[in-house]
Design a protein around this ligand. Structure first.
Ligand code: UDX
Ligand code: UDX
Length: 457
């Protein structure tokens, strides 16, 4: 084992980019990323990376084959590494006690057991996946139950990168958080990890806490970000009824420096692999602690998000003369946010299902997420066309439903699009990124979110 050898188990959205950044910033470390999914690893070793992320390809190419390696040989990786990050998925449990809320830790536990089995020397194990509070303790117990007398230190080092800006977030993080056990071994392990991040992150941005605070901070960060979105989305419903304009309200409220302007964009609801899962984790934790009022408070953030998606679909039906049966609806954007091909928990999935449930025909266009969209809607009943061109999607459509904030949507030739569509042509802007007045002047009936509609009807 080389002291300067790092392994990451899990070559996903978090493990891949994070390790690519560490390898680029710490050339004296050997960084290996291992995954049981051979197709994913082949992708990381090819010109077409398995995930789309601006700047990622360049970052990977800087170090790949030099001090950054992708492999399916998890066991060998464990034996060789001093520091092992675990970044496997921790989905919401679908079975047994805590189903629908608690995190399913089976992949994590399997990884821990494999580490205990393969290790020949003491190692540092770092939680990168988001785990329930006090998970590190359980993991430590599994690791320490090895019969070889080895010592493992477990650190919590949650990832705060957002998809679409992962490379920039990793390069210049608001903070790096590392939690350790309050023991001399824990402290030494913490110093080793701090040392790695200190290659490029200023020391004052590297926070060290106890391991439970670190785990808790990750859940609470995501819960509070999501809470802001649900708060502004709840007000968007009120704006549509009262004549207030959600963009104006959000701007005015956000200019109060105590509130801040970020994460106040109303939309079709938050998606992504983390927000819902982490809030439900928090809710489950509260319930286990008999804090039912606290649990109900946070659960409302998720319920409001479901309401917002439903509300958007219902607004489409209501305004298209109460029926969309047999009507073609062009869906612009399927990814859960711009600049990613990821569709996990994307609001587009649920909204599409609701529209299909009303017997609409969907023509879906997304610059990066079409393959994932196909997989997500594989079981859905109804007619769906997947279009590689937005104009093709709009052809003969009665309406456009804009669901993702891709910049390119604002740059299209909407005169041409209008001419291709059935009349009256409807446009529902679920992200408020288009020029609504201009679209209205072209002839569209425009329904922005949280604002008055502009219609010719
Ligand atoms: C993961 C976790 O899901 C999330 O809880 C945490 O906040 C960050 O890390 P992400 O990287 O987006 O998020 O997950 P995903 O893209 O699903 O990657 C996980 C990878 O782990 C997959 O490629 C999967 O094949 C791999 N894996 C899973 C293993 O290598 N071994 C296993 O036993 C299970
Ligand atoms: C989030 C956290 O931001 C990140 O710190 C954590 O590590 C993982 O989870 P991510 O899910 O990749 O990152 O994207 P994020 O930018 O947070 O967006 C999440 C969802 O909220 C998207 O669907 C986005 O469209 C939506 N959103 C965001 C809004 O609807 N309005 C906003 O103002 C901001």
């Amino acid at each position: 084992m080389d002291k300067k050898s790092i392994l990451c188990i899990g070559a996903g959205y978090v493990g891949g980019p994070t390790m690519a950044m560490i390898a680029a910033q710490c050339p004296e470390y050997k960084v290996t990323v291992a995954d049981i999914n051979a197709e994913r690893i082949a992708g990381w070793n090819s010109d077409t990376l398995p995930i789309y992320e601006p700047g990622l390809k360049e970052l990977v190419e800087k170090s790949r084959g030099r001090n950054l390696f992708f492999t399916t040989d998890v066991e060998k990786g464990i034996r060789e590494a001093r520091i092992i990050f675990v970044s496997v998925n921790t989905p919401t449990k679908t079975f047994g006690s805590g189903a629908g809320k608690a995190a399913d830790l089976q992949f994590w536990e399997k990884s821990a057991r494999l580490i205990a089995e393969q290790a020949g020397e003491d190692k540092i194990v770092v939680e990168k996946s988001t785990l329930p509070v006090r998970a590190a303790e359980a993991i430590h117990r599994i690791l320490q139950s090895n019969t070889k007398g080895l010592n493992f230190a477990v650190l919590s080092n949650p990832e705060f990168l957002a998809e679409g800006t992962a490379v920039a977030d990793l390069e210049n993080p608001d903070r790096v958080l590392i939690g350790s056990m309050v023991t001399p071994e824990g402290h030494n392990a913490l110093e080793e990890l701090v040392e790695i991040y200190a290659h490029w992150v200023p020391r004052e941005k590297i926070l060290t806490t106890n391991v439970w605070s670190s785990e808790m901070s990750k859940l609470v960060s995501n819960a509070m970000l999501a809470q802001r979105i649900s708060s502004i989305n709840s007000i968007s419903a009120l704006c549509e009824k009262t004549g207030a304009d959600i963009s104006e309200v959000s701007h005015a409220v956000g200019m109060d420096s105590r509130v801040g302007s970020k994460f106040l964009r109303a939309g079709v609801g938050f998606g992504g692999s983390c927000f819902k899962k982490d809030i439900l984790n928090l809710v489950y934790l509260c319930e286990c602690c008999n804090l039912h009022e606290v649990a109900a408070y946070w659960e409302q953030v998720v319920l409001m998000n479901e309401y917002q998606k439903r509300r958007f679909a219902e607004r489409i039906v209501k305004n298209m003369f109460n029926t969309i049966s047999g009507k073609r609806i062009a869906v612009f954007g399927f990814a859960f946010k711009a600049d990613t091909g990821d569709t996990r928990e994307s609001p587009a999935i649920h909204i599409s299902e609701l529209l299909l449930g009303e017997c609409a025909t969907l023509a879906i266009y997304d610059p990066k997420a079409l393959a994932n969209a196909k997989a997500d809607l594989a079981g859905a009943k109804g007619t769906i066309e997947y279009c590689s061109d937005p104009y093709e999607a709009a052809k003969d459509a009665h309406a456009i439903a804009l669901l993702t904030d891709w910049k390119e949507f604002a740059g299209y030739d909407y005169r041409k699009i209008f001419s291709l569509m059935e009349k009256p042509a409807f446009l529902f802007d679920g992200r408020n990124i288009l020029n609504h007045k201009e679209l209205f002047e072209i002839g569209f009936n425009v329904y922005p979110l949280g604002k008055q509609e502009l219609t010719h009807l």
